[in-house]
Unconditional design. Structure first.
Length: 255
């Protein structure tokens, strides 16, 4: 991808799954990367794993905590001078029927997936504007933002909010040279999704779902989403802002 060499990239939720793979992809593009996550041991492990791929650092950050997010951004700007890219990736999910969702569970998902997305994006955008630099913010949404999958009302609502947050940010930040887009992955083979499938107690679920719902004939891979992050952050996407890039193997095209 053009324009990523030497870029300064923050990856939230960058210690495992899609975030870890995305951090690795940016390092392979010769960017400098800072990953954050909520668990210190996972941050340390991720940095050790990524160190052989390039210039990487990491820190603990609870994205729902405004002060923690501010300190994370200050750490990165103190190290680099400014931030070029935010891969706004932190998120949580679990399967739960609408009639059984408690206010506590609702608040927990909204806190990470929407409040955390907002806090990270706002803090990084403020730092970009203050530095007078152009930049790219890529928010993690989901195909669940585009349709109501059963048993995920809280998750669906949070991701729908991310899409409209992204569009509004793009409108307001364009004059500052900051592009803002969202990724909408379909079914991706991640540790989080594997745990959800295990809880279903149906070993054939994924094969059946792929056959019925994904025309390309396989689940998505973390590398597919990492590549999409890199594209939207790169200068190859320099005229793209305020959009949602669906990466789902044709999943949402099925009638």
């Amino acid at each position: 991808m053009r324009g990523l060499k030497g870029a300064r990239v923050v990856v939230s939720g960058g210690t495992r799954g899609i975030g870890l793979t995305t951090a690795r992809r940016f390092l392979e593009e010769s960017a400098s990367v800072h990953v954050c996550g909520p668990v210190e041991s996972e941050v340390e492990t991720a940095v050790q794993e990524l160190a052989s791929h390039g210039d990487v650092s990491g820190s603990v950050c609870d994205v729902t905590d405004e002060q923690a997010v501010r300190e994370l951004v200050e750490t990165c700007t103190g190290r680099w001078g400014h931030i070029d890219v935010l891969a706004n990736n932190a998120g949580i999910s679990w399967r739960e029927p609408f009639l059984e969702i408690t206010p506590e569970h609702w608040d927990a998902i909204i806190a990470v997936n929407l409040r955390g997305m907002f806090l990270m994006a706002q803090s990084v955008a403020r730092s970009m504007v203050s530095a007078g630099t152009r930049g790219s913010i890529v928010n993690m949404a989901s195909t669940n933002a585009l349709g109501g999958e059963a048993d995920y009302a809280h998750y669906n609502a949070s991701k729908g909010g991310v899409v409209l947050l992204t569009k509004t940010m793009a409108v307001e930040l364009a004059s500052h040279g900051i592009r803002v887009n969202a990724l909408c992955p379909g079914y991706i083979d991640t540790p989080l999704n594997r745990r959800i499938v295990e809880d279903l107690g149906d070993p054939a679920f994924v094969d059946r779902y792929v056959a019925e719902s994904i025309p390309i004939g396989r689940p998505g891979r973390e590398e597919d989403i990492a590549a999409a992050y890199a594209f939207l952050a790169s200068s190859d996407a320099g005229f793209i802002t305020g959009t949602t890039l669906v990466v789902d193997g044709g999943q949402t095209a099925v009638m």
